[in-house]
Write a protein of this length. Sequence first.
Lengths: 335, 635, 494
Amino acid sequence: MDEPSADEPLLAIEGLKTYFHTDEGVARAVDGVSYSIAPGETLGVVGESGSGKSVTALSVLQLLEMPPGRFEGGSIRFKGEELIGASEARMQEIRGDDIAMIFQEPMTALNPVFTVGNQIAEAVRLHRGLDRDAARAHAIEMLERVGIPAPEKRVDEYPHQLSGGMRQRVMIAIAMSCDPELLIADEPTTALDVTIQAQILELIAELQRKAGMSVLLITHDLGVVAEVAHKVAVMYAGRVVEYAPAAELFRLPRHPYTIGLLQSLPDLATAGERLTAIPGIVPSATRFPSGCRFRTRCPLATERCAEDVPALERIEGGAAEHTAACHHLDRVGGA
Amino acid sequence: MAESKRNVPRIDFESMRDAEAPEFASEYAKDYWDLVFEQLGRRWLFKTGVAVLTLLYGVAAFAPLLASDKPVSVQSVALGAYSKAVRVSPMASSALNTAKLDEAAYVAGLDPAAVDAPPSRAASVRAELDAAQLRLGTMRSMLAPDAEERASLEAFEAAFLEGAEALERGDGEAALEALGRAKTESRAIRKALKPLDPARADRGGVGLVARQSQPLYESIAAWEAFLMALWIAVATWPVWNRLVNGVLLRGNRYRVRAARRWKLVAVLLLSLVCAFAWRAHFGPVASFDSSDWKGGITDGSIVLLEEGRSTADLVAERAESGDAAPAGPDASDLAVWAPIPYGYAELHEDEKFRAPTWTARAELDPETGRSVFALASESAGDGGAAVAGVSAESNPVEIRAGELPLNHPWRHALGTDESGRDILTRMIWGARISLSVGILSAALLTLIGVVIGSIAGFFGGRVDDLIMRGIEILQTIPALFLILLALAFTPPGTIPPMFAVVIVIAVVRWTGVARLVRGEFMRLRDAEFVVAARALGFSSRRTIFRHVLPNAMSPVLVAAAFAVASGILTESAVSFLGLGIKEPQASWGGVVNESRNVDLWWIQVFPGLAIFLTVTCYNLVGDAIRDAMDPKARV
Amino acid sequence: MIPTTFGIALIVFGLYHIAPGDPALVAMGSAADGQGTGSDTESKLDEFRRKNGLDRSFVVQFLDYVGPFNLGPDGHPWFTSPRTERRVEDTDVPVEEGEAPRTVREGRPVPIELPFGTTDDERNALDRLVGALGTPGIDEGVRAEARAELIAFAAGSGAAKSKALARIFQALFENRISGPDEVPVIDRLAGVLTEITGDTPTLDAALEARDGRRHLVKRWFAWYYTDGGADRTRNTGDERWGGVLVGDLGRELENKTPVAEELGKRLKVTVPLAAAAVFLTYLLALPLGIFSVRRQGTVADGALTLGLFVLYSVPTFWAGLMLILIFGKTGLDWLPVIGLFDKDHDQLTAAGKVWDVALHTLLPVATLTYGGLAYLSRQMRAGMLDVIRQDYIRTARAKGLAEGSVVYKHALRNSMIPVLTLLASILPILVGGSLIVEVVFNIEGMGKYAYDGLLKRDFYIVLATTLFVGVMTQLGILLSDIAYALVDPRIRLS
């Protein structure tokens, strides 16, 4: 495995457009999204449901149903290799081996009719060519690594015999079984109890440190991002609206949407203050408003917002990588 | 972090609170049925299915107008009816004989088996008088208004009436005398009022005036008129609905929604009004309409004649213009027939098992009525017996009034059956039975299923256990077996076969719907909106009937659509096996049952196609409705 | 399963009796069409009813058919009847040398229990009096004397004794009075007792007090024997069990062949046909479903789906007729269309016989298969599509599995679960279809047998075939449950 050079990101997404052609019209679920992840880095992608964050991730692995889904432009480069247009065979080599993914619902993401061990071993046998016994041994080892007690016993059990947290651990074991360079975690903790959430995040962070892999963490939970991500991309209605190092985002959010998200976050420190929610809901992907898509819910919106699409701009006085897409960045100054 | 948070930029979202993005309003204004209709409108298979079904139901509703042996309109003199009516003397003499008897002797002579025999002499004479008056009415309607002979009718009636009244008073003497007079009069009537038959003008008689009548319309009952009106209203729905929505309701979605129910009521009311109007105009279905018009016209007992002219005029004209040439317009203009001039039970014994007349095989020799094809193959030594059924003896085919010529390609477009009944006609009339069995059985089984399912779901516990156990057992037996069994052991004549089939299908097939409803009850019982309703303090009964049941209806509706299809299939199978609809009634499956001989392919092919087409359409429609009603599928 | 079978029998029996009109009339109407009218028919009808036991009570007919309560006039050893009070005992039966000793459960008459304190004199006196009262045809004078004596006996003893008397009286009567009589035993007793005791409780109340529920059972049996007609059951009481329970399905009304025998013969034809159809259905439906899913959205998938849909709407009988028209001698003349064998079947070689039967069964099996096939592959497709959208399929894809192994390994097994449960619902369709197919192709199988039975209104044939089909369906359900458990570990463990 060749080491990527320091300045080349592991995964670079550039202007990605993934549209869905439905009865209702074209849903522009992902519309010009760009971000990149350096080796060993954790990128958090934040947004409400329907903002296109999961679709972006699924686009990377090309796990979307095509049709109705379709790439309409942009590029996804993994270690310099262009993935859009790559053959299905090549994608199959990459999936599970170089890029692995864990999903939101541990209850349904495991096949109910196969044993846990079988499902872990499957990927190893496929990508590493291990025989049955070696794969089984590897599965047990993986179960141990993700902290499942009595792995020799668990390996022969079926998913319905495990608790939710255990299943998510198994999912992680499956994803980690081939030592991927990039782990995409799509809301890995949403369906779990709070205490289990912390354990799972801890586990992912620990495995990342040990294996030195990159993590693309998709979540709607800003708290999770604050805990583990190095950088954060905030998505709204199919576009990245703000991109910043994690610490700076929380300190100095610039996009009205990010600000709204943070304002709606309850915080022990600010207890007693009134929480403000962003009014309205995310518009349906088939009928996004023109110009800035957040304008229908934004108190700062002007006519210009309806006409021009704001581009990501560097924030003056912010970190080098801090960008935001708003025509009125000056009006939300740091004061 | 808490420290830095205080410096985080803030935006006042409160100002946005009341503003609702206007361009999304329409999306929220659509209700469930809007979405369902929108979905359905997108499917061309659904639309095709509905169109074909509408056409088929149209054929069923308008069957009498499409295929009937009665003329739509005819100008004629019913010589035969008059000749029968002119015989009033049997009534008079019978009345006289009764009056001669002693009251006690009359009562003693009553047959105890005859329940409806008049209990006294007076009543008996009254009955005879009624019968005579009926005939008098017929005669009066046909005699010229200024005919002198009418006087003898009056005299006869007056005498008869006097006799009856005298007997009622108990005045035997007067009764005998009056009835005696009536009898004498009746003989005179028979002699003096003999009809003038243009074919035998030399025998003389009274000229009869032609009337115009509409036997076909008169034979249509009010309920048939109702269905026809209903069909028209439904079939033109896309047109007037758009008009009403656009013009009357000005496209306001909420008004349109509120008007849905009223449209339905209006359609039903309108159809009812049509039915009443029909009834008022044409009167009850008259029994004399059942007279064989085609046979009558063919054999001359009904003479076609322009309205208002009398047979005397006709005879006079003929005498003037020389005997042979019939005067006036062509007789065929005087009788207008339905497009297919056959009744569903009309027999053509001499044309039995005739192949569709557009095929070469069907050609008959006009002289002998034998199959030309059979003769040809016979002479070729090919064994002409292959064409089964076609009569071997020489027997010329009778072409009745209104029918197409013997070897016209559309004479029997789909062939005939073993009694020479026209298959196309039988299929048109069979559509009525087959389609109604489908609809009625589906409606009935849905009703039974919903009631029993609701009981199981509402009460739960032991009642539920019991019902579910019963359903399980019932479902173990193949439905066809049960249906056949029930029909086999229901003697014909107890219930009209169509209703027997409907009831049996419903009684056997309700289990699916019941399970569905019960399942929905169980599911919705704990659904949030039901819990919410309960939390608001609504009684459980109100919750069930206002919230649960309507929600359980959409899967039931889908099941009902499929039940119609399966009802039609079942009816056809049962009738095919000879245990359902029987001759002379027609149903698609029953027509197929008439012969399984492979040489008579037309009997098997065409009705089967009709069943197949209908069932396919129903399944398409049911499938589309299911998809449209399933919110999951829409995402 | 047995209760369900019992239920099926009850439903069929019920339909047969509830159907408007006299079953005897219907059955005879077709057995002897157009024979006589009026009172002649009436007497024939009566005779027919008596001969076939149709004049008995519905309950008795049903129990007689099903078989668990075939009580002879002396009662079943496990129950007591009003005529004989019995006690069940195990008795060792003397056996021949070398045979294993046997024990037989037998009912024996029970000595009558009289109330405590009844002297021997009293017992004998009562015995004599009651005997005199109960003997049929006894001289009226003697009877009156005995009655008077009894009344005197009771009068001297007060209310308490009258109750005891009632008991004695009843017990004695039950044992002594025999032979059919117009008035039921219990009613006669009631009359006498009222005479004796005047205002004392009626017999019913007295008996209730003593026997409670047992009394009800007795009353029931009393009715069972007298008005119910249980004296004319098929099992005369020599055997403990009878009817369907021991495989006795009755005899055909017309030629009296045992139905079970004929049914067995017919099943040898129907079962292989049905099995072939089920096998073919599944064999074809699986690949069709998989094909549809793998080519989802293509023209081929659309055409296949629509084709199956259309096929699903074809009436079975019409499909059969059309196949005959197309492949029979009027059409392509490729295949034989009637029956299962050629006329010269016996003269053929073994291979020739197999070929002959194969040719003959081709069309019937095709007719039997297509409906289920259309249904099943539609379900299979829907199931597959449902499964293919599941999260775990995405997980499998995310592992880098090839599409083939995703479909065949991960999706197929999961989508088999609903399809296997359909076996239970396909079987009844298939059996219903086999009736039509056998009629259309003139195959002497069970379906045709049932149909002929229906036409002849032969109740025994109809009930036997329906029962059998019900049992077969239940076996199907059982089978699909087992298959389900094999495929789905969630079921296996619970």
